[in-house]
Design a protein around this ligand. Structure first.
Ligand SMILES: [Zn+2]
Length: 638
């Protein structure tokens, strides 16, 4: 039987009157999964998949080992989106209690796909007989559709090497269901194994044990022995090379990039050492980095043992590697202790931004860490200015909404400020001890905001009474805006930048007489805090002096291009078009499109360039930019 589970074309329409549901949220209930996790829990996933790079299809079987929690349950409900389900089988021992000799017999089971929800996809409902056995194994024969939201298929031309096609996945938050039918909720953790069949001239890597010495033969096997949530299952296939950077670190990248990447990320081992000293052992054996083609939609994705990283952080001077510190920090916060639902995302990200800053301070110094904290705060203030109050809270109500499209700086930067506040109130020594205890206590568990609160009360607030009240902590999680007593970061390194900017704007300072020893973060601060309007002649002189239009630093380039658009500085538009058609990282391009859409001429430019760039973007980026450029098509999304 073949059943087609098609997601609707209109992205993220949500249910009618999104947000109208005033019923209280049920903490721990995953509003973004159909899985009946109270009756069954996946404990192990076995994949056997064929990757057709030309046909752009993944096909094969997934075997799910399930623990049965309810002997009377007669249906297993999984998540599926944009998948063709060919057959569903159950291991015969689960049914008959016997095997035919040594052979495992699989028995077909009736199944159907429910009507698709545009955000969540379809419930894949499998009929099973009730059973008193502790568990069962289900096998699903399936293939992906071209619309699979987690997959990006790149033609050879879209890669750095330009000779071989490339595939990579981006499953967080709810994309795993577009390439594997499973219980796609972060509260279910499973180990996994995979056999991946590819064309014989490419390499496959996964968020698992990878063997860099494996010969290219089109057959790859992977084991992930630690139980992880589904959003951390990741795969990439392409013309990859490996270069070691330390005893337990290395870089996978295409040949034209691998050397520069290994040089840029040479400090990864020192970062792990810093993390271990602060937060306890690194529990994932190895930490490798996979550098993706420029279309990768996010800065980095913390896939365990193998972080997926945008090439836009390779600046040549290690100035943007805090992204690596961030993804590595997820080895503690996120991958080890995981948000139980997407409402609890701040538990992943707040801790990670906080840890990232601590690691950066150890490896690159306090000054760099504090500059990045200030830039993070500025970015948060911009988000708070545009977000409605309901989206300014840490434990956010995401019901009826695509968790993908409501990612903002709030769970990241406001969350970090909450932890910095606790650190300031209780002192670093007590707070560090609390953190280590937290990671130990919840290691390999998925937890809710409420579980965190309980732990926080027991091990910090009530243990050292009279410092922070329960109500004050809850206000951080559930009130909009920034708390009055937030401990805001400052950086002395930005004072000379403010002085130079003011003097230059006042005509008292010439370009090239300032900024000669500035680092990337100071340049970002210089550009990001320009007044709304600049004259073309001012921009031209800056550009002439510092070569912004041709910067090889993707972040500086981004900040410059914002000024180019805002001031309609024509000499910068060719570079702007080139940037928008090569970079696919949302954080870098979404604000540029948003800025363009503010004027009629910019609007036309944005639409034209988006149409041209779209085939090279990951579906996640397409969806995000669509909401900016064609807001009526993606109605209801935010
Ligand atoms: Zn993160």
């Amino acid at each position: 039987m073949r059943v087609r589970a098609a997601g609707l074309i209109i992205a993220c329409a949500g249910l009618p009157a999104a947000g109208a549901d005033l019923s209280p949220i049920e903490p721990g209930f995953d509003y973004h999964s159909f899985a009946n996790v109270d009756q069954f829990r996946t404990t192990h996933i076995d994949l056997d998949l064929r990757i057709d790079l030309e046909g752009k299809v993944i096909s094969g079987v997934v075997e799910l080992e399930l623990k049965r929690l309810d002997p009377r349950a007669t249906q297993l409900v999984l998540d599926a989106k944009d998948l063709m389900i060919n057959d569903v089988m159950q291991k015969s021992t689960d049914v008959l209690g016997a095997t035919a000799g040594n052979q495992t017999i699989w028995v077909s089971r009736p199944f159907h796909l429910e009507k698709p929800d545009p955000i969540l996809g379809s419930a894949l409902v499998i009929d099973l007989p009730p059973s008193r056995r502790p568990g069962e194994s289900i096998r699903i024969d399936y293939e992906t559709l071209p619309s699979a939201g987690a997959l990006q298929w790149l033609t050879p031309k879209q890669t750095a090497g330009r000779h071989k096609a490339f595939l990579y996945t981006q499953s967080e938050p709810i994309g795993a269901r577009t390439w594997i039918p499973l219980q796609d909720t972060p509260q279910v953790r499973a180990t996994y194994k995979a056999k991946i069949h590819t064309p014989s001239d490419v390499v496959a890597v996964m968020s698992a044990e990878n063997d860099p010495t494996h010969k290219r033969n089109g057959e790859y096997s992977f084991v992930m022995p630690q139980a992880i949530p589904s959003y951390l299952i990741a795969l990439a296939v392409g013309d990859l090379q490996f270069k070691e950077t330390g005893p337990r670190t290395g870089v996978y990248a295409e040949k034209p990039v691998v050397k520069a990447a290994a040089k840029e990320f040479a400090d990864t081992e020192s970062m792990i050492a810093a993390g271990e000293k602060l937060f306890g052992p690194y529990r994932w054996t190895r930490y490798d980095i996979l550098v993706l083609p420029p279309s990768f939609p996010v800065g980095g994705m913390e896939n365990p043992r193998l972080s997926f990283i945008t090439p836009t952080v390779i600046a040549g001077d290690k100035s943007l590697v805090s992204v690596i510190a961030h993804e590595l920090a997820h080895s503690w916060s996120g991958n080890l202790v995981t948000n139980a639902t997407w409402r609890d995302l701040w538990l992943n990200e707040a801790f990670t931004v906080y840890l990232e800053s601590r690691i950066t301070a150890v490896v690159y110094g306090e000054q760099r860490a504090s500059m990045e904290e200030v830039l993070g705060l500025q970015s948060l203030r911009r988000d708070l200015a545009r977000l409605p109050p309901k989206d300014q809270v840490l434990a956010i109500d995401l019901r009826d909404r695509d968790p993908e499209l409501v990612f903002s700086d709030v769970p990241y930067q406001k969350g970090r400020l909450f932890l910095s506040y606790l650190e300031a109130k209780f002192g670093r020594e007590r707070f560090d001890a609390f953190l280590r205890g937290y990671f130990d206590h919840f290691a390999f568990k998925s937890i809710t905001t409420e579980q965190f609160d309980q732990y926080l009360n027991e091990h910090l607030l009530d243990r050292f009474p009279g410092i922070v009240t329960h109500a004050e902590a809850l206000a951080w999680e559930h009130d909009p805006g920034l708390a009055m007593d937030a401990v805001l970061p400052v950086s002395g390194a930005f004072s000379p930048v403010d002085e130079a900017r003011t003097a230059w704007l006042g005509g008292k300072l010439e370009p090239k007489t300032f900024g000669l020893d500035w680092v990337t973060q100071q340049w970002l601060y210089f550009l990001d805090n320009m007044p709304a309007a600049l004259r073309a002649e001012q921009l031209a002189r800056l550009d002439q002096a510092y070569g912004f239009t041709r910067s090889s630093n993707a972040e500086i380039e981004h900040s410059w291009l914002v000024l180019v658009i805002r001031n309609d500085y024509q000499p910068g538009f060719a570079r702007l078009e080139e940037y928008l058609t090569t970079v696919g990282r949302r954080k870098l391009i979404a604000p540029l499109y948003a800025e363009l859409m503010k004027t009629p001429s910019g609007n036309a430019f944005a639409k034209r360039v988006f149409a041209k760039a779209m085939p090279g973007y990951h579906p996640v980026t397409v969806a995000a930019i669509e909401t900016i450029v064609n807001p009526t098509v993606a109605e209801g999304s935010e």
